[in-house]
Each structure stands twice: as C-alpha cells, then as structure tokens.
Design a protein around this ligand. Structure first.
Ligand code: OAD
Length: 238
C-alpha cells in the first residue's frame, strides 16, 4: 500500500482545461510557434520587457476562464486518502496556473512560479496580480515603480523550492510524472533521482515523454481519464 506519493505535473494536466502546452511531437505547442528565448528568458526581459510582459498578460487572461478538469480533482481525492493513511501527496507543478488550487489542492509547490502573483525586484515582496502588468506599475508594498515582474521562473533562472522538493522525494514510495515532456531540467531529472533512490516511477502522458525510458511504468491517454483511473487504483489498494 502506497503512503507517500510524489507527483510532478506539467502543462499536459491543464491541456483539457483549455491552456496550451509548450511542446508536442507535432510542433503545435507554444514553443513550436514562438521562441522561448525571446519571451521567457531573463535576457528577453532585460532587453524587451514590454514584449515579455505582453506575452504573460495574454497567458494570464487565458487563465481567467480556465477551470480544473478531472485530473486536478482526482489528485485532491488522492491526497485525502494518503493523509488518512498517515502519509502525504507531495504535489510539485511546473505550471504557473492555479488549477490545482482551484480544484482544492493545498500546499502545491510551484517550482516555476505563479502567474497570478507579481514580484518586486526592488523589495522582493510578492503581490496577488490578476490584471495586465506594466513596466511602470508601482509595487503595492514598497511604493516604488520599475521593479515589478511576473512571479514566474524564466530560462536562465533557478526553479523555486528545490530543497523542499529534494526532501519530499527522499520520503516518497512512488514518483509519478503527469503531462510533462521531460524536456526541461531540473524537473526532467527527478525521475533519475527517484531511480537512484530505488523509488518506483510512473509516467502518465498523452504520448511518451523525452525521458519515457527512465520510468518503470507508463500509462498513456488524456489526463482527465488516466489520472482518475490511476488514482482510484491507489485509493482502493488499501
Ligand atoms: P510541455 O508542453 O513541454 O509538455 C506537455 C506534455 O503534456 C507533453 O508531453 C504532452 O504529451 C502532454 N500532454 C498534452 N496533452 C495532454 C493531455 N490531455 N493529457 C496528458 N498529457 C498531455 O510542458 P511541460 O513539460 O510542463 O517552463 O514544460 C516544462 C516547462 O517548459 C514549463 O514549465 C515551462 C516551459 O518552458 C518555464 O516557463 C520555465
């Protein structure tokens, strides 16, 4: 019986909620059409902040109407079951949307940040941010303009909460990657760490990820079907 499960989610878990993914094998994801280095890198923000902010404004607007799907809800039920068993679900997401929280998940670890928050580079404080963000916006905490940016991790920056993630992985008896292409590190390397620690691994995806051969088990299909089915098996195994 599993007690401690570490789940890593990626854009695929939110795809059926209407939010676009970055990569797929047909080149139809966001990064198949647009250059990430011009829109999602620290260099791009330094050279052309208005373009970068406009890209994230569009993504924030898309998020306003998005609702969680059956995969997000299944993870909430799974967390409750593991907690009753005296264990825990660690939910780490690369997604900057809030669909896990909207579904009811608590303590979600957003390793690539959260788009509904802005950060002030001048004072370091976070603010809830639901509207478009402009270079001239004033920080609600320190009252200064010129330091505001989306609270997201860009290429060239370190993901967040890496120490918490390492610690949680060490206590897991199963590592599951859901809807992530296995193309972006360090998240793509978590499965290697799990293997080195002797932890079982499972990939849940629409199609095989770049690092699929590193997983001991794979389940393919839309997350809204595969995740509830997998979670139900874990719940009924007890
Ligand atoms: P990707 O867009 O790279 O990968 C999405 C994955 O979801 C692919 O493997 C798809 O096969 C899968 N997928 C698509 N639809 C699905 C569905 N309905 N059910 C299940 N799986 C589905 O997204 P991530 O791996 O999350 O980083 O991308 C990682 C990082 O790259 C992002 O966090 C972002 C991006 O650049 C930053 O912005 C720092």
């Amino acid at each position: 019986m599993k007690r401690n499960i570490f789940v890593l989610t990626g854009a695929g878990v939110s795809a059926e909620s209407g939010l676009g993914t970055f990569r797929d094998k047909r080149g139809e994801g966001i990064w198949g059409r647009l250059d990430p280095m011009k829109l999602s890198s620290i260099e791009a923000f330094e050279n052309d902040p208005e373009t970068v902010l406009a890209f994230y404004d569009l993504r924030r607007r898309d998020m306003r109407d998005a609702k969680p799907n059956a995969a997000h809800f299944a993870l909430v039920r799974l967390a409750a079951t593991l907690s009753q068993r005296g264990g825990a679900l660690t939910l780490v997401t690369q997604n900057i949307d809030d669909l896990h929280e909207q579904a009811g998940s608590r303590n979600v670890i957003h390793m690539h940040g959260e788009l509904l928050k802005a950060r002030c580079d001048l004072c370091g404080k976070l603010s809830e941010w639901l509207d478009d963000l402009h270079v001239a916006d004033v920080c609600p905490h320190c009252g200064r303009a010129g330091g505001m940016r989306p609270h997201v991790v860009w290429f060239g920056e370190m993901p967040l909460y890496m120490d918490d993630i390492e610690r949680a992985l060490r206590h897991a008896d199963l590592f599951v990657a859901i809807g992530t292409s296995g193309a972006v590190y360090p998240a793509a390397g978590f499965v290697l760490e799990a293997n080195a620690m002797g932890i079982e691994t499972c990939e849940i995806n629409l199609e095989s990820a770049d690092n699929a051969d590193l997983f001991s088990e794979a389940r393919y299909g839309p997350a809204s079907e595969t995740v509830p089915a997998w979670a139900e098996e874990i719940v009924s195994d007890g």
